[in-house]
Each structure stands twice: as C-alpha cells, then as structure tokens.
Design a protein around this ligand. Structure first.
Ligand SMILES: [Ca+2]
Ligand SMILES: [Ca+2]
Length: 159
C-alpha cells in the first residue's frame, strides 16, 4: 500500500478524486475513502484499513492537525514536484486576481485555451520551459475534469 513517485498530473487527478469538497485538505472521512481504495487495490486484508489509516496520518500529517494538506501529501510526487511548490508560494489573493484576468469569457471556469494566459499572468517571470511544463499538467488535468477547471478546482493549489 504505497503512494510514491507519482507524476504531478497523476497526483492531482488522485487529489481531485478524494478531496471531494475542494478544501485543500483530506479530512478524516476523505482519508478513510482513499485508504480503503488503496487497501482494496493492494489486496490487503480489509480489516487493516484502520491500521493503514493511522499509518497514513502518521506519515503525511506533518503538522499534526489531523488532516492532510495538499502540500503535505505532495511529497509523493516524483516528476515535476516543483509544480505544487510554485503554486503554493502564491497567495489566494494572487490567484483571485489572476483568475479574473484569465477567465476571458467570465463563466467561472478555465477552458483549455485560457490556460496559457492564466499561467503567464500567474508567473510573469516564468521561463518558457516552466510555463510549457505547467501548461501540459493543467491541460491534462482539465481534460480529466471534462474540459474545464472551475475556480474551486484551481484554488486548492494555493495556500
Ligand atoms: Ca477535503
Ligand atoms: Ca496536516
């Protein structure tokens, strides 16, 4: 039962499955569902769910508040790990401002064609390589969310 070496894309896809309320945290009930699925997949004894849950909290809940923040779980990312840290270094206010700018048709979601502008507004000093990498991640994510990312989908990336 391990979560390790996920790409940033797979990490975020997984995050969206379990952080149902888009709170940036996996709360107790959400951790339970994740652990259940992992236990099932690995063919472990279902009775060990509680044990695995305790282990998971022990391993990832670094600040011991009983919840797992997206930045706490993001250590399982192997490739493109800086994606999460770059976003976390910006404030929610930065995000609100940039989202407003980038949501050109004002419908409260970002579609694929609005992602490049969103990233350029967010990281004006970013290198073209960095923007390209982040674009690929967000576009793949967008696709997995039926072609659009809502404001709440994106907000979880910021502190
Ligand atoms: Ca949550
Ligand atoms: Ca925590």
């Amino acid at each position: 039962m391990t979560l390790s070496n996920l790409s940033a894309i797979n990490f975020l896809k997984l995050w969206y499955v379990y952080d149902k309320d888009r709170s940036s945290y996996l709360e107790k009930n959400e951790i339970r569902v994740l652990v259940k699925d992992l236990v099932e997949k690995s063919g472990c004894d279902a009775q060990s769910v509680e044990e695995h849950e305790a282990k998971m909290i022990e391993e990832y809940d670094t600040n011991r508040d009983g919840k797992i923040h997206i930045s706490e779980l993001s250590k399982v990312i192997g490739q493109d790990a800086d994606f999460i840290t770059s976003f976390q270094s910006l404030s929610v206010d930065d995000f609100e401002r940039v989202f407003q700018l980038s949501d050109e048709d004002g419908n409260g979601t970002l579609e694929n064609d609005e992602i490049p502008q969103f990233l350029k507004n967010l990281f004006p000093e970013g290198s073209s390589d960095q923007i390209e990498t982040y674009k690929n991640i967000l576009e793949a994510l967008c696709e997995s969310q039926e072609g659009k990312l809502t404001k709440n989908d994106l907000k979880i990336l910021f502190h």
